[in-house]
Design a protein around this ligand. Sequence first.
Ligand SMILES: Cc1cc2nc3c(=O)[nH]c(=O)nc-3n(C[C@H](O)[C@H](O)[C@H](O)COP(=O)(O)O)c2cc1C
Length: 212
Amino acid sequence: MNNDFYSAIRHRRSYYAIDNTPIVSDEKIKEIVDFAVKYTPSAFNSQSARVIVLTGKSHENLWQLTKETLQKVVPPDSFSSTEEKLASFRNGYGTILFFEDQAVIQGLQKKFELYKENFPIWSEQSSGMLQFTIWTGLELEGFGASLQHYNPLIDDEVKKNSMYLILGYLEPKCLLENHYKNQEKKNTRLLKNIFTIINKNYACSQSARFSC
Ligand SMILES: Cc1cc2nc3c(=O)[nH]c(=O)nc-3n(C[C@H](O)[C@H](O)[C@H](O)COP(=O)(O)O)c2cc1C
């Protein structure tokens, strides 16, 4: 993580054209996530964020589950485009799920009655900060990612999950630079290897865990 902070922020974008080439080891991904979870601030220092990293079969299963769930609610004549989109996410290297531990939030609500209404909002805000940190950290490693929200549709199936970030590989950086110069955003998305990030608040009493 030795790239320039501002440069990383500038280069982080939503990348949708992805594949599953491993850019760094799963251990390194876990390290990035651990780091972000540890150092990203949270309201009242709640540390209520819970993150799950899915790669390999777990990642594929999540997108299969999402497809099956959406198939039940999306009209058949428009499902092919949905299916295509979901397949593009499954093509990535992995998925990161973001949760907020609702037991922690409820505990704070009880303890600080005056701010009761604010804790769920602050929880979302803290989660957003974490998502951005991880998204940008992955960009530094060369992954491209996008943020997706399939909640609450897949909540019952995923049960304990929250938010999805799709990660991938950015190549080469100069394409991105040209993109900014030429204002041709779409042409710069010639990227490989991505993850997917999914986001949602969900009751999750487990502590941060990883399945790499
Ligand atoms: C809170 C939040 C929710 C988002 N949800 C989605 C989403 O569900 N699907 C998606 O494709 N992009 C989603 N995005 C990505 C934004 O559309 C994207 O970041 C924005 O258009 C700017 O483009 P950039 O990421 O390339 O800079 C989300 C971004 C944020 C901050």
